[in-house]
Ligand binder design. Sequence first.
Ligand SMILES: [Zn+2]
Length: 219
Amino acid sequence: MSTHPHHRRDGRAAGPGIRAAPSLFARANAFLDLVWEASELGACMTPGCTDCGALEFRRMLATADGLPPDVPLSLHARMQPGPDRVASALAELDFDLLRLAPRWYDALDSALFHVRDRGRLAGVLESWVRRDAVPTRVLDLVLFRHARYGHPDERVADLWIDRCLEASADTGDEGLVESLILACPERVGADPRALRAALDASRRSSCVRDIIGRIGDCA
Ligand SMILES: [Zn+2]
């Protein structure tokens, strides 16, 4: 996966009349609703943005979970009890509708940190990991940001890594293969299908070859 630069107020960059009608897609899900609203406002959604910390969007997420507007966005405040609307909406998220939303990848990245801070990441990932289809970029994002560090807990992280190994073998996706080799080379080495996909990817991609070279031969 890659990181993304700060997106300044570019929500209206497409100009009037060009933007897709958000109400068509958003109303079915409280999280998607927020993403479209943040885009309308031109709010930066890049997690860890060094310019603004995505404060405006993070405040919108906190407000959606019932946190008062004057509470600082500290970890302690985000741990306060609340309705957890964001986690519920993420658990039910339709990935096809997600990918129609503006800057959905950054928005999802920020929101996953939000629900992790609120102790609700496990429920979201348990819902996703059982689905028939999870987009490769979502698998990769969660692997790279959370599962590789054992978040939200060891059991769910393991389920997630299993799912990523399976997807890497099925798709041969080079980004996912790279992330798996960086995150858990021993798991790739122990899984014959994933290892085959990694070796195939290394023949096609110099990036994958470089990473295998840095880590050492995982076979
Ligand atoms: Zn920013």
